[in-house]
Design a protein. Sequence first.
Length: 271
Amino acid sequence: MHPKKQLGQNFLADPSTAKMIIARAGVATTDCVLEIGPGLGALTVPLAMAADRVWAVEKDTQLLAVLKAELTVNRLANVTVVNRDILRFDITALAREAGAPLVVFGNLPYNISSQVLVQLIGARACVSRCYLMFQRELSERLTAPPGSRDYGRLSVMLQYCATVGPLATVRANLFYPKPKIDSEIIEIDFTRPPGFSVQDEAFLFQVIKAAFSKRRKTLKNALTKSFLQMDAGSIDAGLEAAVIDPVRRAETLSVSEFVRLAECLITYARR
């Protein structure tokens, strides 16, 4: 067995780090946990010892025997191993089966990180909080403030619907194989959203996506030439109603400004 580069596999190889993550996350004996990509079980075993139930979703079939053997050795019967691609996994159905909101853990490969985050945002009604490990480059994007180079579509979407912050840094030498850069664990708490209210969340997310799709252009040009299919006059009217200068760029808008802009634009989009 060898780590698969195409799956972005870097296995946590330090037991004390796994225990630190679980302690800082405050995992309780009543928690139902979804672990994305358990790998060889470095985090799965201590999670199972701390939580009520764990569902470990692993895409790589070759890892299943090792993972199940690790659980057997530790006499853990509260873990369900699921051989599935997380991007095709029904998180909402799992929460119904669990009978409680899920706490999500995962060491996410870079190539699917954004997709998983969007998936979790969509399922957040049945997910209380997440503790996800990312390469530092991506973690800095998720927590970036407006006006910074790292601030982008995912920053706005997450900060719109959750409280987001760093939990811990994990050094590269604690993984096998050793990645080129350190990783960071981000806490995403969906139970503590900022409290923004929008009449059409799907439209808000479309506006955010359109604004950042051409981030070097002014906001007016980015929105006018986007998949929103709104004419320049409607975009101008929406920006004016939202009291947002049309020559600003997407990365300068706060989350509240994006919400206000979407609320104003939707009036013209529905005409």
